[in-house]
Design a protein around this ligand. Structure first.
Ligand code: UT7
Length: 321
C-alpha cells in the first residue's frame, strides 16, 4: 500500500529568549502565576530579520539535512501558519526558493494551532493520491507580532518558532511505516472564543489575538481526547501501543488532563511548553523534532500528534516511524 513515510525532521527558533520575569517588568504578572497556570517558563521571540518564512526555511533545511535529501527533490510544500510574511504570496514560496526547489507545489494553509495537523493530512492525501512524491510539511509562526503586549491574559502564553518534516510516498507493507490514520474537525460556531481582531478584508490591519482562555481550555480537553480516541479506532491501535504523544503545546495542564483522560502515562508525553510556550502551528513539529534529536523518539516508534486551536479547529494523526 502507498503510505506517506517519514524521512526527517528539523526545527528553528529565534535567537532571543524571553523569560517570564522579563514580561513581569512590563505587564501585571508574575513568574509564579505563569508557571503555575501554564507550565511556561520562557519563550523565543523573533527579532529583526527573523520572520515566519526565515524560521520555516531554517526548519525545512534542517529537515532536509536530517533526511539526507536535496531540496530540489521536494515537489510539495505545505506551510501551516496564521502569521505569514505577507498577506500574499504564500510564505511557502519563499521556503521553496530558500531550499532550492522549483516547479512543484507550494502553498500556505491556515488552521491556527491545528495548522500542522491540517497540513499533514493535506500532504498525506496528496502523496497517497499520486499528486506529489516528496513533501515538506511545516508549521511556522511569529505570534509575537499579533499579540497585544498590554493584555496579560494572552501575551504571556505565546512564542515564535518553526518545525518541519519530510514525507515521501512509498509502497510499504501493512505493518510498515507511515501515516496510519488521521482525523480533522472544525466548529465555526466557536469563532469568538479565539480570534484576531483584524484582517485584510475587514479592518485592513493585521489585528491582535483575543482569547477567552478558560472557555478554550474547557473545550480543548474534551475535543482532544475525543479525536485521539477516534484516530486510535481508525488505525485499530490500543493506547498502550502508542510510544509517544506529541501534543500541541498550549498549557501543561491541558497536556496532563488529556493524557490522564486517555490513560497515557506522563513519561510518554512530549512536553516543550516550558521552553517554547505556545507556538501555534509550529508547536507539534517543534516538540517532535526536539524529542527525536534528544534520542527519545526513534525508528519504529508509533507517534500520536494532536492539536486544537482557533475556529475551533482540532485534529490528530498517528505516524509510525
Ligand atoms: O493554542 C490555542 C489553544 N489555547 C489554549 O489552549 C489556551 C487555553 N487556556 C488556558 O491555557 C488558560 O485558560 C489560561 C492560561 C489562558 C488562563 O488560566 P486560567 O486558570 O483559566 O485563568 P483565568 O483566565 O480563569 O484567570 C484567573 C485569574 C483572573 O483573575 P480574577 O478574575 O480571578 O481576579 C485573571 O485576570 O488570573 C488572572 N490572570 C493573570 N494573573 C497574572 C490572567 N492572566 C494573568 C497573568 N498574570 N498573566
Amino acid at each position: 500500500m502507498i503510505r506517506s513515510v517519514f524521512l526527517g525532521s528539523g526545527s528553528a527558533l529565534p535567537k532571543r529568549v524571553v523569560p517570564n520575569a522579563e514580561l513581569a517588568e512590563t505587564v501585571d504578572t508574575t513568574d509564579e502565576w505563569i508557571v503555575e497556570r501554564t507550565g511556561i517558563r520562557q519563550r523565543h521571540i523573533a527579532g529583526e530579520g527573523e520572520t515566519t518564512s526565515t524560521l520555516a526555511s531554517d526548519a525545512a533545511l534542517a529537515a532536509l539535512a536530517d533526511a539526507g535529501i536535496d531540496g530540489a527533490s521536494i515537489d510539495l510544500i505545505v506551510l501551516a501558519t496564521a502569521t505569514p510574511d505577507r498577506t500574499f504570496p504564500a510564505s511557502a514560496v519563499r521556503v521553496q526558493r530558500a531550499i532550492g526547489a522549483k516547479g512543484g507545489m507550494a502553498f500556505d494553509l491556515q488552521a491556527v494551532c491545528s495548522g500542522f495537523l491540517y497540513a499533514l493530512v493535506t500532504a498525506d492525501s496528496m502523496l497517497r493520491a499520486g499528486q506529489a512524491k516528496r513533501a515538506l510539511v511545516i508549521g511556522a509562526e511569529t505570534f509575537s507580532r499579533i499579540l497585544d503586549w498590554e493584555d496579560r491574559g494572552t501575551c504571556v502564553l505565546f512564542g515564535d518558532g518553526a518545525g518541519a518534516i519530510v514525507l515521501e510516498a512509498q509502497d510499504v507493507a501493512e505493518d510498515g511505516p507511515g501515516v496510519l490514520a488521521s482525523s480533522l474537525h472544525a466548529d465555526g460556531s466557536q469563532e469568538d472564543l479565539l480570534y484576531v481582531d483584524g484582517g485584510p478584508s475587514t479592518t485592513q490591519t493585521v489585528g491582535h489575538l483575543r482569547m477567552k482562555g478558560r472557555e478554550v481550555f474547557r473545550h480543548a480537553v474534551v475535543n482532544l481526547s475525543d479525536v485521539l480516541g477516534e484516530v486510535l479506532g481508525l488505525a485499530d491501535v490500543a493506547i498502550d501501543d502508542v510510544d509517544w504523544l506529541v501534543p500541541h503545546q498550549a498549557n501543561a495542564r491541558i497536556l496532563d488532563a488529556t493524557a490522564r483522560k486517555l490513560g497515557l502515562p506522563a513519561e510518554r508525553v512530549v512536553v516543550t511548553v516550558d521552553r517554547h510556550a505556545n507556538t501555534s502551528a509550529a508547536s507539534v513539529p517543534l516538540a517532535f523534532d526536539v524529542a527525536r534529536k534528544d534520542g527519545r523518539i526513534g525508528a519504529g516508534d508509533l507517534v500520536m500528534f494532536e492539536a486544537m486551536g482557533g475556529g475551533f479547529t482540532w485534529g490528530a494523526s498517528l505516524l509510525r516511524l
